[in-house]
Design a protein around this ligand. Structure first.
Ligand code: 9D3
Length: 258
């Protein structure tokens, strides 16, 4: 898979690709990442990439010409692949979108910066707009790396373990069970005895129940979409009953209904 990244800060992107597990994927030819400095596509002597907004107000807006020149030079006309704008106004990124993007053979990522980007880029060049969550960053470079990282690990061979990406928590729809390694006792804290029992069926059942317990405690929203067996549902019913006994229901109390 090929990624083309368009940015005003190309040096921010490079180090992560060179130090992470993605380096191996690049060396093996599984992914290619081409980084393009939008400033290289300016035509004035000051290499101006931004300007004041029409209509006044503070801040600067990324100019359309260098972005169009860069994207048209690299992707061609018509463009060879989708162009995703990273922006706080995009659809919120998740694992489902990562899987959708991983179906492409090529993707282009445009990093926003400053206060924003000339709207004509959005209207006439960009095909999709993605945010990585509801918090404010300084630019789209980290979001671009997050997309490259999360999409790349879905490509067969990128992870060492061939089915590592299939067996992860978001694929099962549950959070992960607790994990332990040696020593069996550390500072007086013992590993759960069941894990030392050698009873693989009992260990599998314990892990599944721990995953269910954790998901119910921390991310109950995930349970609605998780792939649950009849045994899983029974276990969750027991959890709910225990919880109802230990935390009295005060919802009918006048204090909570006014
Ligand atoms: C006036 C400034 N902002 C209003 C809140 C708009 C703004 C524009 C650009 C705020 C931050 C940025 C820089 N952020 C991104 O380019 C960005 C981003 C983010 O900030 N959060 C989550 N996902 C993303 S993807 C790109």
């Amino acid at each position: 898979m090929r990624f083309d990244v368009f940015t005003l800060f190309p040096t921010l992107i490079q180090p992560y690709l060179e130090e992470s597990i993605l380096k191996r994927a690049i060396q093996r030819g599984l992914i290619e990442v081409h980084i393009h400095n939008i400033r290289d596509y300016t035509t004035d002597k000051h290499r101006t990439a931004d300007d004041a907004p029409f209509g006044g107000g503070g801040g600067m807006v990324m100019k359309p010409e260098p972005i169009f020149r860069a994207v048209e030079a690299v992707l061609g006309i018509p463009p060879a692949c989708p162009l995703i704008l990273l922006s706080p106004q995009g659809r919120t990124y998740n694992q489902e979108i990562a899987r959708e993007l991983a179906e492409q053979s090529r993707l282009a990522l445009l990093c926003g910066h400053y206060e924003g980007i000339d709207e004509r880029v959005r209207e006439h060049l960009v095909t999709d707009e993605i945010s990585i969550g509801d918090y404010v960053l300084t630019g789209g470079e980290l979001p671009a790396l997050i997309i490259i990282d999360s999409v790349s690990r879905l490509i067969p061979g990128v992870l060492g373990d061939p089915d590592g990406a299939i067996d992860d928590s978001f694929a099962s729809g549950l959070l992960e069970y607790p994990q332990y390694t040696r020593p069996a006792e550390f500072r007086g804290w013992r590993v759960p005895e069941i894990l030392l029992s050698g009873n693989h069926a009992a260990i599998a059942r314990w892990r599944r129940e721990q995953a269910l317990l954790r998901t119910w405690q921390r991310r109950p929203d995930l349970l609605a979409r998780a792939n649950l067996t009849e045994a899983d549902r029974k276990f969750l019913e027991r959890l709910k009953q225990q919880n109802a006994l230990s935390t009295p229901d005060t919802s009918d109390h006048p204090k909570n209904s006014d």
